[in-house]
Write a protein that binds this ligand. Structure first.
Ligand code: DGP
Length: 146
């Protein structure tokens, strides 16, 4: 069964989508929004979310899967370029290990020997709000936005 809700009151990602909660937004499109993860694996770690509130990938209407992943593809390209990365990781936790129950695609810049092993991934903090602003701006520019 497909479960789509336009917005869930208590959902932090819906609040970000509505512009009520702060976020470093890197892309803002009719069906999707992407912003920096506040607990990044590395600077530039983004979360891409559909605007509509669905919990997991299997709740997303099939006709929205292609467009969401086309956006993920463009975002991955921008993240890789903006962070001068060697590659990138794209992943979705569905229910297990999913801490926010609003579908989100992790797009993470990767470097050779960056220390990520298996799925034990220590998180790193941004050194400042300014660093976060700069990383956001670099991705927005690489994505071709304003
Ligand atoms: P997951 O564990 O796969 O559900 O990833 C959820 C991610 O969401 C986690 O890496 C931290 C991030 N996150 C949680 N709350 C917020 C928030 O309020 N703002 C932002 N930007 N990221 C958040």
């Amino acid at each position: 069964m497909t479960r789509v809700v336009v917005a869930a009151r208590a959902c932090i990602f819906c609040s970000i989508v509505r512009g009520e909660a702060p976020a470093h937004v890197v892309l803002d499109e009719p069906d999707a929004l992407a912003f920096l993860d506040v607990h990044p694996l590395f600077p530039g770690h983004c979360l891409l979310v559909p605007r509509a509130h669905v919990e997991v990938l299997t709740d997303l209407p099939t006709e929205l899967v292609g467009p969401l992943f086309a956006t993920a593809q463009r975002l991955a390209r921008a993240v890789e370029s903006a962070l001068s990365a060697d590659g990138y990781f794209v992943a979705i936790n569905n229910r297990v290990s999913q801490s926010v129950p609003h579908l989100h695609v992790h797009v993470v810049p990767r470097r050779q020997k960056d220390g990520l092993k298996g799925f034990f991934w220590p998180r790193h903090k941004y050194s400042s709000e300014r660093e976060m602003d700069e990383v956001r701006d670099a991705i927005v520019t690489a994505y071709g936005g304003s």
